[in-house]
Structures are given as C-alpha cells and as structure tokens.
Design a protein around this ligand. Sequence first.
Ligand code: BGC
Length: 771
Amino acid sequence: MPAQAQNTLPQLGKNSTAEVIAAMTLEEKANLVVGNGFYIPGANFPGMNSAQLNEAQKKVPGASGVTRGVPRLGIPPIVVTDGPAGVHVFNTGKGRVYYATAWPVGTLLASSWDTALVRRVGVAFGSEAKEYGVDIILGPGLNIHRNPLGGRNFEYYSEDPLITGNIAAALVNGIQSNGVGTSIKHFAANNQETDRNSVNTVVSERALREIYLKGFEIAVKQAQPWTVMTSYNLINGVYTSERPDLVTTILKNEWGFKGFVMTDWFGGKDPVAQMKAGNNLLMPGTADQVKKIVDAVKGGQLDEKALDRNVEGILNIVLQSGTFKADKYSDQPDLTKDAQIAREAADESMVLLKNNNNTLPIAANSHIALFGINAFNLIAGGTGSGDVNRLYTVSLAEGLFHAGLMEDGALYTAYNEYIAQENAKHPKKGFFEEFMNPTPPIQEYPIAPDMITRQAAIADIAIISIGRNSGEGTDRKVSEFYLGETEKQLIANVAAAFHAKNKKVIVVLNIAGVTDVTQWEDNADAVLLAWQPGLEGGNAIADILSGKVNPSGKLATTFPVHYDDVPSAKNFPGKEFPEKATTGMLGMKAIPAEVTYEEGIYVGYRYYNTFGVKPAYPFGYGLSYTTFGYSDLKLSSPTFTNTISASITVTNTGKVAGKEVVQLYLTAPVHKLDKPAEELRAFAKTSLLKPGESQTLTFTLTPADLASYNTTASAWIADAGKYTVKIGASSDDIDIKQTATFNLAKDIVAEKDEKTLTPQTPFTELKPVKK
Ligand code: BGC
C-alpha cells in the first residue's frame, strides 16, 4: 500500500466504501471478515482470536461476538449479542448488574398471529439492545418446527412458513426501528440439534423453497434484516455457509438481501469456500481463518474481488450501526415498562385448548389448590443462547396471588420445600458449564394422595402445571414428548379427588415444545397452553385463568395424537456414521450424520390434512371465552387475473369482548404436481370486538400465493384450474366457516429461479396417492 499520511487516509463515512476498501491491506480485509473472538466466563476457546475482552466486549458484558475495527480508516468494531427471546447480557459481578426482559419465546409470540403486537415487542426489545450499546441482535430464529422434539423449537415460530415469515418480519422491523440490527437465523434447514455441526440435511428443492426457505424469504423481503446467520448443518452435502447458491444466488440475488451474512459460531469448515460463497463474516473468528484467507488470496485460490465484496457488505452495515454513529446508551433500559409489554404479549398469545362447560374463567375469590412443581417454578424460556438474564420470573403461584385468587399454604410449602431440596442437589453452574452439561430438570413431586384428598375438600378448583424445558445442543427425547408416570398419576389423582366432589381441574402447559395431550386430557376440564411465557408468565397465565384477558392465541404448530403420527418421526434425528468421527468445534467429537426429509413438503398440517391423519389439536386452533360468526365471504372476481381479494365479516356472537384469528387457506388444483389439501395463504387478527360487534377483513392474493414450486422448471407456477378459498378458525375442516371458488384460466409463472440446491442423489419423497 502506498504510504499515506494519516490525515489523508480515506475514512469510513466520509469517503466512499470503495475508497476505504482500496486503502485496506489484505490483512486488514481478512481481519474484518473474521470476527474478533468472544468471551464466555468459564470457557476457553483454543485458537480463537486474541482480543477476548477487548473494549467492545467490555461495552456489552455477555456479547456473543465482535468484529475487528480498523481505526486508521475509521472502521469501528461492532458488537453482536444473542438472542431471540431478549438481549443476552451477563452480570459483570463488579457491582453493576445487567438484566434484560425475557420476552415470551418465539413459539408463543407466533401463537398471537398478531404482527402489530410482535412489532411492538420488537420495538421494546430493540430499545433494550440500544440502551446496552448493542449493534446487532442475533435473532430472531425462524427455522421450521419440523418435529416436536427439536431442541430449539421454542426459539422458532411455527410449522408453517407464512406465519413464520410474517412474525419474524414484524419482530425485525420493530427491533430495527431503533437503529439496531438483527440476524435472522439459522439459514437454513437447521431443524434439529442432534449432530448439529455435522448433520447433512438431504432435502428436495421443492421442500426447501416451499417450507424451509420461505419464511426467510418473507422476512428478507418485508424487513431487510441487517444480517442473516447461516446454519451449522450441511444441505445436500455442502455446509450452508459454503454454498454460493444459497448465500449469493438465492438470498442476495433472487431475494434482494442487502445486508451481510455471518456464520453461526464456528460454523462450516473451509473459510475460503465461505468467502467465495458470499458468507461475509466468520464468527466468532479464529487466527487460522485469517491466515487461510490471506494465503488463498496470495496463492490465487481466492479472488481478492470476492473478499472485497464481503468487506463491502460488512462496511455498509457498520455505517448504520449505533457504534459507528456514536449513539449514546445508558445501560439502563426501561425494564418496568417492557415487563408490561411482555405480559401483554403473553396474554395475547396463550392458547386455550379445552374449556368444557365454561370451566374457565375461574370465579373471583375462588380458593385454588395448585399442583405441580412448575406452578411454583415457572419456565420463562429455554436454555442456551436463547436464555435471558432476567431480574425475576413471576411464577404461576405468584401470578394467582397477584390476581387475588387464594391458594392453600400447605401445598405452597410442600412444593417449595421439595424444589429447594432438589435444587440443593445440583450446585449452580456458570453459563458455559451449564451449556456443556445441563442440569437435569427436577422430577415431578410425588405428592401424597391424602394431601390431594384434603385439598379436594377445601378448595373450589384444582390447577396443575406441567413443564418442559429444552435448549441448544440437544433434542428432546420421545419420552419427554409424553408425560411421565408421576405426572400422569398426579393429573389422574387430582381429577379423581376433585371430580368426586364435583369440582373442576385445569391443566396449564408451560412447555418448550409440543407434548402429548391425549393420554391425560380426559382428566382435565380445561387446558391452557402457556408455552414459555417470559418473565411475567405467572401474571399472564393468571390474567387468562381469571378472565381479565379473553384468550385469543391459536396454535402455530400441530399437536398430534401420537408421536409416531408426526410425518418426520421415521427420519428424526437421522443416522450417524460414528466410524467417520472427526474432531469438530471446540475440540469436540463430530460424528457425521445425515437426515433425509422424506416427508418433503408434507410438514405439520400439510401432512395431517392431506393424508387424513387426525391430530389432537390442529394447526390454527384455539378457543375463546366468546364465540364468533363468519359471514359474507366475497371474492372480488370469479376469475383470477393479477390479484384477487376475499373479504369476510366476523361478528362476536358471544357475551364477552374478544379477538379472533381469521385464517385463509387455499386449495389449489392438482395437475402435474401433488399439492397439500390446503395451505395457509393469509391471516389476520380482528381488533377487540364487543359482543355483537363485527369487523370486515380483506385479504389479497397474488400469483405467488397460488403457486407451487415446480422443480423441473425451477419456477413458482400457479396451475390453471379451480381454486377454493376456505376461511375459518383453524386448519381443520370443521372450523372452516365459509368457502368460495375462483378460476385461473391459464398457468402463471409467478417467478423463475435458478436451478440450485439439488440433492446429490435422488431419494423418494412422500406423495399422496392420486385419487
Ligand atoms: C447458536 C447461535 C448463537 C451463537 C452465538 C450458537 O451456538 O447456534 O444461535 O447466536 O451461538 O451465541
């Protein structure tokens, strides 16, 4: 580089990025595209870039990573922090404590079906990030719920890409409205934790396009996240971060993504291939990666222009960052205000699954018998990088107490003593130690039957809370899908004792992922699904149980009757090849593995509805304390030209105010391609309707909404023929309230794509038998 005096050097922001890049040395470029390390108390990462506790990391204790700055060119380091459920900050242990709001987890937020609400959560979430000086939040996570056992499902939204993409876009738009970036993750087809760094996902182009990429596509097009995080897994034989077709052709060229792409932490293997693919930033960064990139440019294996493009992508975002703009931050977000938004978000999202004979809401001043360890120990959110350092968690017991519902002291004491005793068996571990070796959950307390009988005599109603947690690094086991014997016994014993006295039993599910309901729910008069509701969870559950809030959440993921009914059950988590084990991330053993998505596009309700497998609770389902009538479905035309609109009137026909999630499913004609029985193509939530009040909703469909991905043509094609619009309250036929049909005269090619992501060897995908 020609010697230039410091004051004549180009400066980021003052000069064009092209001039700044031209002034960078090869080493500076390589250092910019490789992160500058990260710090986790108790962890030692061999070979990682040195500046583990540099200035940027000190700025945000708990940051997951930083980039390296180039001070002589005015390029500052920027700070990235997890994660989907809240700003991931640690306590410093030096007098200054850092807490953040634990928002309801992704699966619960999606159950709101309310993009305006989720945007509000995003605005508040982003403001906390801003007040802590964070540049980019590593979230939201938007992988598909392919299988109920997925260990990180709680971080993700749904089995359906339309709801996934729309909820993600709302959160991203909210967070980014603060001038804080996001990283939508994990791109893509990362639907399990077993062998997460080595698993090869074998999946068809159609299933990728329609199911696994679609949510990302919607989020990119609607919200332009600042960054996208590639996943750990391989797709059809190649690491996602090393696939130019995924990272450049699809994401940047076809979808018009304008930000930069970063790897997941230590993801992928070959830094040069990652650079060529257009994966701009390798996180958290090792000295070895820098060296390999420099050597490859010098040796002619990597065109410096490709490196420059990656640098440019990062610089464009650095320019927007709070750090670059020297935004002031207080380290004191308004956690009190945000807690109220978290409570409201949980209120609006929980799903009432069952409510026989108006068991709920509970009458004021009822005397409650509260059972189950979870009632006293709420699970606010999952573990791993999606965990949040919150100031408090409101348990269900506390929430009911705040709501003025009386609980019996004897149960409170018995459960709390048991929990304390069990906790004492497991000394508290640091974040990293816990991550590597999670403390097993406390087993359900085998409460004495005579205690239950006594409660049935004195209390008006029983509430039992059942909990499940999960997190990064491991999937759940089939045994965790089902309730354990002690749990089932608890429900059965409580039901026997209370029903004998004509008293009702309510079950609250505080779970990270879908669990069985069929083996025990006959014993329950009402079932409320709270998922993992964040730090205000107990208050929010009490809001619904007491009737302060009328439930309006709906399932964004199906509850099957049996685990074996799940279409991916046979292919989850795939097969391992232990004989080919190598040393992987952090010196851990990496076992090559492979999972084949034989179910193709038939994921969730697309499978259950097409193959006639009845679920326990269908996608889109949820009860309210009121009822709704649907009328006047009108299409703008009997034939489709460029668009078509459907309008419908929804009326509150019950006795209390409520909101209804209205869903539009489309059945497309089947010619060459097989198609799901119906697919969600639009949805909306009404405003709070008073008894007797109506609202008319209008949905507009475009050719893309009619189209399926035709692999032979590499195109989204809407087939000519008859389409049926079905509008209703869930994906189950019995909840479809109104239908109408329209005709498409000629095929429309909605979008032509490049041929990409082709499986290396053909495999057989599930297809419905033609009638
Ligand atoms: C997770 C990411 C996370 C990153 C940084 C990885 O282990 O998969 O979701 O953002 O760590 O903490």
